[in-house]
Each structure stands twice: as C-alpha cells, then as structure tokens.
Ligand binder design. Sequence first.
Ligand SMILES: N[C@@H](CCC(=O)N[C@@H](CS)C(=O)NCC(=O)O)C(=O)O
Length: 291
Amino acid sequence: MSDAATYTPPKVWNWHKPSGGRFANINRPVSGATHERELPVGRHKLQLYSLATPNGVKVTIMLEELLAAGHEGAEYDAWLVRINEGDQFGSGFVAVNPNSKIPALMDRSGDAPVRVFESGAILLYLAEKFGAFLPTETALRAECLSWLFWQMGSAPYLGGGFGHFYAYAPTKIEYAIDRFAMEAKRQLDVLDRRLAQTEYLAGPDYTLADIAVWPWYGGLVSGLLYEAGEFLQVQDYKNVQRWTKAILDRPAVQRGRKVNRISGELSSQLHERHDAADFDTRTQDKLEAGG
Ligand SMILES: N[C@@H](CCC(=O)N[C@@H](CS)C(=O)NCC(=O)O)C(=O)O
C-alpha cells in the first residue's frame, strides 16, 4: 500500500497487487466470465439474480409493490448472487449482465427471453411492462424520470466515493473523505429541499423514483448505511427523514428488503424468493434452524 501523501502515479498503471479494502478480492481491471456456470431458472416468467444491497433492493421492492398492486404477472423467482464469492463472474450471469453486477433480470414471458441489467433500466422496464409507478402525464413523467436518473448518477458518489473511503478503504484518507462527505451532504440537501415541496419525489404520488432513491438515501438517513448517521448529521434532513419513514411503513417495502438478504437479523433474511408464501414465519423458522 502506497503512502497517500507521497504516491506518484507511474507512467502506465499496472495491476500488480491487491489494493486492500473490503472488495479487493473481487476487483479486477477486466470484464467477462471467469468460470462456466449456468444460472438456475424457476417457474415464474421473471427471473431475478441479485443480492439485497441498495441496488438489489430497488428491484425486489418494485416487484413486491407490483404484486401488492394486483399485477399477478410480476410473480418472480429471486436467486441469490453472492458477489463476495465471485458469482457475478459465472458465464450464465455474464450473459444476463455483461457488466457483472447485480441486479440482473431475465424476462421469459415472450418467445425469446429478454435480459435487463442496470437497476434503473430494470425499474423502468417493469414500470412500462405493467403500466405502474410511472406517471403518464408528461410533466410528472419527466419529473419522475429525472429523479430516477439523478439517483443513477448520484449514488456512485455516495457508495463508491463516500461509503468506500469512509467505511471500506484500508486507510482513512482525509482528502477523499472530505470530498465525498461534502458531496453526500449536498445530495441529501438536494433531496431535502425537493421533499419540502412535495410528498414524494415526482410529486404527490409514490413512484419508481422513490423506489430507486430510498434504498440509498433512506438507508443513509436511518444511520444504517456505512454507520455514518452521526458523521453526516443526518437528523438535520427533516423532509428526507419524513419520507424515509413513510416508505419504510409500506408492507411491500418491508418484504422487498428481505429478499436475497444474507446479513443482519435472521428474521430479516430471505435468501431466495420463489413464492409469496416464502415470507411466512415457517420459512423464517426453517432459516433460523439452518434449513
Ligand atoms: N449501476 C449499477 C450498479 C450495480 C452495482 O454496483 N452492483 C454491485 C452491488 S451494489 C455489484 O454487483 N458489485 C459486484 C462487483 O462489483 O463485482 C446498477 O444500478 O445496477
């Protein structure tokens, strides 16, 4: 590990040593599959390959919301992808997402399967497929999509920037933490001002914009993400706090958060989801018993 204060980049960057840090074992400078492995396929038309990170949870919340709204075609199988073990580099996964990141969706309802990757694209695909959580009126739709794309562009500064340097990097670098803490707080202020004007991000109704933004920024202001609540003084963002609590009260959100979760309290984990009944207590009991 180079000393951050004295490091001079060489003329040509080379991948010659592990960088350290929490995800060092899966980071590499090339793409593509590292091993052959087919993906499992369940009985539903929608096959989701994911993990309950903020990006993964967006999609399981969306699917549970669609089901709660009566869209039976949104029934899905959710398969666990353990990214720390390199499952995202299996040939089957790479065929669904050449970028090797969860979440990835395969829609098998038509003659030929349709692959969708990137969580924002998946939310939009599902919203259009079922005609839900995306306003049809021009201005509201534009506002909704603007917040969706805001999330896709902003969260990497929160996760890959602030979260990485504050929580995961092997050394604490003041310059990097300052830079990204500033940006994280700026983003929270953007949301806070918007949510002072309207109940939800796109306007009066809960939409896919809220589903996209909540797992990241709701997690942050709850003090859960990166355990950075005190550091960023998240209690000050009162409107984001109000919105976060309202969304967490939704039963579909509570279900969606559990799917493909492998950490935290056992009662909050549902490693795979193939049926609505999988959320039953009996399933949880089985999990707690190690089944
Ligand atoms: N922009 C992508 C980001 C997806 C992403 O970063 N997924 C992470 C987990 S949150 C992942 O799969 N990482 C595994 C890896 O980088 O190898 C999306 O929104 O879908």
